[in-house]
Design a protein around this ligand. Structure first.
Ligand code: MCA
Ligand code: AMP
Length: 504
């Protein structure tokens, strides 16, 4: 029997060598990780999880949480990670839609989650930040030599939810083949080897921290310093022992604010990588001036994994996302006609390759609508390919805000604000923010005489939306600008409030 992705991870695993380095609790070797993943896979099997079943996971970052992902691969289950910031109201939708067999949460969340999950036939087990919990208790009694489920390249490895510009979140179905092909490509493109030590400060419930950082490390037999979250001081302190950092642009903005960041601090680092949101050319330049390193920017999506990357050797051009990765085709078309555009012209970025997902979970129409007749995925990003072949992302065809690397769909936030008593309507926009890149901002029209201030709106959103989706600022206005078709002109609002978060 073969298990497409896990077989590759197993054969790359260098036995006694470290996989995860954790300051306070020591090191977990590859052998340790394989053994624990076998025990957890055994525990899931005993609980009745079968190949193809979804396992939803909303837990704090820990070595055990990463190994739970490996256990899912081995048992043939479909791993479904959920942002720890999601509220119960948000979780309710994901559990209802994905119908997981097992839901793993922190012990203090168990009661609330059981109320949602049990009526839908899901079992709930726990895993806490310190690696303890009922799932690990069950795993302790299981043998380490679990017989991996047979999985082909086309079988699902994971479902990651990504919010839609219309309607509710969609589950992007990623196969073993998608994940393995992309991780091998990135490993080779970025020259990652067993000697590398990655500073892993990203969350592990999204593509960046889970697949890019973790799968690439695993397939190189490298190791990682697993930090519970990003902290600039901690990252700088670790740099002399590390060789790589992967981050969202906010990481680099915050590192630059530290006087400790200089050439000496980064002397041991081989590669700084940025992605998930646009890295400002000025951040790229400032970082290079201070450290001598040109940050390597790359471009990806939940649906496609990574599509393009600036080169390892050669010019890492600020403000661009580099070249299509080997095996990935990127083209730019006219959004109105679908016709291919020549170099330098801006249009819709479309992607094809082994990295591109299988479709949206139980949404065949939505899936079909996002692919062209010849099989390219329509990214929703506007961009161009210049004469030298570098891809530039110049805007978004989709109404999306990216704050600190997290995506926020305005429609979802507007829906929640519009439900509040005293609100006529709202428009949610992203405007430049010095720390998060874009700051979620709500422009709200109140009913005449309504007693409603910023605080009241913030408190009404508290239990409805994850914290990072909540507006950083709420401004009130008499009415929203509309075009002749009646559509709110968000570009006008973005201009009007462009300086809202301006640096002091
Ligand atoms: C935290 N807060 C945020 C964000 N993160 N608000 C807006 N945007 C955010 N990204 C809230 C906190 O709840 C808190 O609220 C307040 O803002 C300040 O928190 P702070 O301690 O400063 O935040 P932090 O914990 O340091 O987090 C900032 C962060 C983090 C390090 C930038 O958001 C992060 O790790 N982002 C990475 C996201 C990521 O991995 N994206 C990849 C997606 P309060 O104080 O009011 O309670 S994958 C993807 O996009 C594709 C595939 C790709 O290409 O990679
Ligand atoms: P997600 O839905 O979280 O996978 O976010 C994917 C989106 O993030 C893409 O469609 C882009 O809009 C954006 N993105 C990712 N990497 C970059 C980058 N390097 N520059 C600009 N935008 C990016």
């Amino acid at each position: 029997m073969s298990n497409h992705l896990f077989d590759a991870i197993r054969s790359a695993a260098p036995g006694h060598a470290p996989f995860i380095r954790i300051d306070s609790t020591g090191t977990l070797t590859y052998d340790d990780a394989l053994a624990l993943s076998g025990r957890i896979a055994g525990a899931m099997d005993t609980l009745g999880v079968r190949p193809g079943d979804r396992v939803a996971v909303q837990v704090e970052k820990s070595a055990e949480a990463l190994i739970l992902y490996l256990a899912c691969l081995r048992s043939g289950a479909v791993y479904l990670p959920l942002n720890t910031a999601y509220t119960l109201a948000e979780l309710d939708y994901f559990i209802g839609d994905a119908e997981p067999r097992l839901v793993v949460v922190a012990s203090n969340a168990r009661g609330g989650v059981e109320e949602i999950a049990k009526p839908r036939g899901a079992i709930v087990e726990t895993l806490d930040a310190d690696g303890s919990g009922s799932l690990l208790d069950l795993a302790r009694d299981e043998p380490a030599d679990f017989v991996d489920a047979s999985r082909s390249a086309d079988d699902l490895a994971a479902i990651l939810y990504t919010s839609g510009t219309t309607g509710r979140s969609k589950g992007a179905m990623l196969t073993h083949g998608n994940l393995l092909s992309n991780a091998l490509t990135l490993r080779d493109y970025w020259r990652v080897t067993a000697d590398d030590r990655l500073i892993h400060a990203l969350p592990i419930f999204h593509t960046h921290g889970l697949f890019v950082a973790t799968n690439v490390t695993l397939l190189a037999g490298a190791s990682m310093f697993l930090l519970s979250k990003f902290d600039a001081d901690e990252v700088i302190s670790l740099m002399p022992q590390a060789t790589m950092l992967m981050g969202v642009p906010t990481f680099y903005v915050r590192l630059l604010q530290s006087a400790r960041l200089d050439r000496e601090a980064v002397a041991n680092i081989r590669l700084f990588i940025s992605g998930s949101a646009p890295l400002l050319a000025e951040t790229h330049a400032e970082f290079q001036a201070r450290t001598g390193h040109a940050i390597l920017e790359r471009y990806g999506m939940t649906e496609t994994n990574m599509n393009t990357s600036n080169p390892y050797d050669g010019n890492r051009l600020a403000g661009t996302v580099g070249f299509p990765l080997p095996g990935v085709t990127v083209r730019v078309t006219d959004p109105a006609t679908g016709l291919l555009l020549p170099a330098e012209e801006t249009g819709m970025i479309e992607i094809k390759g082994p990295n591109v997902f299988k479709g949206y979970w139980r949404m065949p129409e939505k899936t079909a609508a996002e692919f062209t007749a010849d099989g390219f995925f329509i990214s929703g990003d506007l961009g161009k390919i210049d004469r030298d072949g570098y891809v530039h992302i110049v805007g978004r065809g989709k109404d999306l805000v990216i704050s600190g690397g997290y995506n926020i769909y305005p429609k979802e936030v507007e829906g929640e604000i519009d439900r509040i008593e005293g609100v006529v309507e709202s428009a949610v926009i992203g405007v430049p923010h010095p720390d998060f890149g874009e700051g979620v901002t709500a422009v709200v029209v109140r009913k005449p005489g309504a007693v409603l201030d910023e605080k009241a709106i913030v408190s009404a959103l508290q239990d409805r939306l994850a914290r990072y989706k909540q507006p950083k600022r709420i401004v009130f206005t008499e009415d929203l600008p509309r075009n002749t078709m009646g559509k709110v002109q968000k570009n006008i609002l973005r201009q009007q409030y462009a300086d809202l978060y301006a640096r002091p």
